[in-house]
Structure formats: C-alpha cells, structure tokens
Design a protein around this ligand. Sequence first.
Ligand code: NAD
Length: 480
Amino acid sequence: MAATLTSIEPATGETLWTGEPGDVDAAVAAARAAWSGWAARSFAFRVETLRRFANTVRGKLEPFADLIARETGKPLWEARTEVEAVVNKVDISVSAYADRTAQRRLEGAMGARVAVRHKPHGVLAVLGPYNFPAHLPNGHIVPALLAGNAILFKPSEKTPAVGDYLCKLYHEAGVPEAVVGCVQGGPDTGRALAGHAGLDGLLFTGSARAGLALGKQFAETPHKILALEMGGNNPLVVWNARDIHAAAAIAVQSAYLSAGQRCTAARRLIVEDGKHEELVATIVKLIDRLIIDHPHASPAPFMGPVIDNGSADRLQEAFLDLMGKGGRAIRRLDRKADDRPFLTPALIDVTDVARRPDAELFGPVLQLIRVPDFDAALAEANATRYGLAASLVGGSPELYDRFWANIRAGVVNWNKPTNGAPSNAPFGGIGLSGNHRPSAYYAADYCAYPVTSSEAETPRATIGVGLADPAAASAENLEG
Ligand code: NAD
C-alpha cells in the first residue's frame, strides 16, 4: 500500500490535505487514449474551452487565493496576484501561440506552395514546484493544451491541495479529465512519470538538483521534449545610486518577497566597498520594519513563513555555515517560534568568506559582497554556475550598457527588482538555470513541433538531368 501524502499548513501546523500517490501507469494510459481526440479539436474550440477555464478561475478567486495562502504560507494579497496570473495566462498564451507557432505560408521553388504548421507532441508531464503551485504549472499546462497536448500534472508533494484544485477547475471548465490528469506524489512519482515509455515529453519547474536528475533520465530519449526551468543564485549590483531609499527598497523586494522563495530572488547584493554604508543602513531599517506573519493576518504581512520546518532548518544551517566561514551577520536568520518556519530576513556580509558556496539559498537570506570597482562587480555577479536573473540599480545608461553586455543571465534588469518578470515576455535562464527552453511567452515553442510541407494540387514533375537518350537506351537493350 502506497504511503499517504499529507500537506501541512506552514503557518499553523494544521493538516490541510491527505491523499494517496497517483497510479502512473493508469494515468498515462488514460492520457494516451484521450490526447488524439483533444488534438483533433479545432484551435478555436481549445481557445474557447480555456477562456471558460479563465472565467471559472476568476469566479473562484477568493477561495483559490485562500487555499494557496494556507498551503504555501504566502500572504493572501500575494496569493490573489497568483490567481490573477493564472487567469491572465490564457490570453497571453493565445497571443503567444499565434505569434510563435501559427501557420505560415512561404514561397517555394517553381511556384510551389510551402506551409509551416505545428503539431502537438502528444502526452506531456508537468512537474510543478511549491512556491507558485498554481501559476507556474499553469504556465506550462495552458500553452500545452492550446497546442493540442494531453497533460499529466504532478504537483509538488508540498502543495497537493492547490494542484488538485487547479485540475478540478480545468475539468469544471470542460477540459476532459483524461486530458488534464492529476497525478499526486513526490520525487519517486516524478521519476516514474519521467521514465514512462508512454510519455512524449516533460515540462519541469523546480530545483537544479531535480532538473539535472531529469536531464540524465532523458539522456537516452533525445526525441522526447524536456523543458527545464530551474533555480538561480541571482546578483543585484547597486552602483552610484543617487536615490538610496529606492535602491534599498528594490534590494528588499528582490531578496525577501515570498520569504525569498522565488527563483528570481536576489541572493547576492554587490556594492562598491566604502560607499555602501548608507545603503546597508537603509536596508536594515527596512528589514526591521517588515511584517512577518500568518497569510491572513491584519495588518497584511510583507512575507509569511517558508514552506516547512525542514526548509527552515536547512536555511539556518546554511546561514551558520556562512558565519563559520567568516561571514558577518548584519541581520541574523532567526526563527520567530521554534515549532513553525517563520524566519526573519537575514543580511550577511560574506566578502571575507573564501570559496563562497555557489548554492541557491531558497529563503530570506541576502549575502552582501563588497568590491573595489565595477569590473570586480561584474566578475562577482557572473561568479555562479546559474544564470537566471540579474539587476543593476543606479549608474548611467553607459554603465547599464556595460552591465547588459557582460552579465550572463536570461533576465537582466535596470533599476528594477530581480523578481517579478513579465508574463508576456520569454522567461528562462542559462547555465544551471535551464536548458534553453524558455517559458512564459516562449512556452509555445516547446509545446509543439514545426512541420514543413511543400504542396501542389496535382503532381507535376520531369527528370531534367541524368537520363540517357531514349533511342540510345533501346539500342543498348537490343544489343544486350
Ligand atoms: P524541487 O525540484 O524539489 O521539486 C519540483 C518538482 O519536481 C516537484 O514536483 C518534485 O516532486 C519533483 N521532483 C523532485 N526531484 C525529482 C526527481 N529526481 N525526479 C523527478 N521529479 C522530481 O523544487 P521545489 O523545492 O518544489 O521548488 C523550488 C525550486 O524551484 C527552487 O530551486 C526554485 O529556484 C525553482 N523554481 C524555478 C522557477 C523557474 O521558472 N526557473 C520558478 C519557480 C521555482
């Protein structure tokens, strides 16, 4: 008998959901049987169905946001923005489909007609993370459904209730149950799905650790699509910033929104040594004012807890490790209560830490690094195997040009936080942050493959070169 899955509300410790892991073989068989029917529907039908899904979600904004807030611990105001992103994904994906994968007609040789059209892959698995348990899987599912694929969605084992609710909303809107199947479970279920012969591809958002494991698993099936959206160790460089208050606010938003549980969160704050004191003091003043509380608390909190006690423990260990290696805590990573994962936002000067670990600390920890000049700031910013997001705050247009040209990341911002990327643009990273299959607006690209057709109403052909003269050929035959 498979183990029961349990979802615990991080803010209260109460059990929110229990269930059994899904049956992978049965789910794949059902999706395989269903997908060709869905693919045979017109694009207009699929758009209409997904617009109905958007309306269904809009009608459930409050209960859906409430569930996301309870299961992740993020503030209710933030959970509402996640539900809005789920709704908006439909129109964005319809435009993206038309832009990236619409049918095109080209001129062929000798008046031939050439058509470029796209076909769905078939059955795709979607593995979701816990930090945006609705918006991020939905960012794969909606474009994949529009393109005509069937989906097997495995929510994070930390957010099964939101995954279950999301699937029911597709079904309520008229997407057949076997076209969006929900398969609950943890990494074992993810591995079983990934290795299943009946799968045509997998769309993943999560950690680099899991993404690398999936890359290995797919190494012998290069014909299957694998899209990996992974983590980051994102730098925020503040240089010659005239408005220190705005720079500090951008740093705080970048590092601590969602309790630092965003793939695009700033992990490293890089500043000019000797000119950084006022900025750091202003950031500290803001940190000390941030409200950390239950998702539904009033006044509304800036951030809630991290996802669970295990994550909070690991973050605190990593923080102590940095201190043991020579880091100087400016604000410590403290636990507000021993039994719940509420952490206070931490700021630690790691300039003197030799061999800083290039790890994604997925929580409210910002590492300060002081450097002598802008070249050193660029080198420090690029000193990571990841390459997701990077921001420059301050400087001139010329300095931003230098930053943009030299920084290695898929999201490069100026005077804006590292996080909160627009949904109507491509989103992805380089290095350990992805496998060059950017999501958001470019998700359409990995949800369908192009087919080129040269077409004519009637066959018309002659062989112009390399044929022997017919008379000579028959003489040869006689002699033979
Ligand atoms: P995770 O990698 O632990 O889990 C993600 C999903 O993969 C879950 O459904 C999990 O069950 C499954 N999984 C884990 N190991 C697996 C394996 N070996 N084989 C198959 N499936 C496996 O990630 P998480 O902790 O839920 O989410 C946080 C991570 O996600 C962070 O690293 C964050 O940066 C990243 N993230 C990236 C993006 C992006 O768009 N680039 C967005 C959000 C989060």
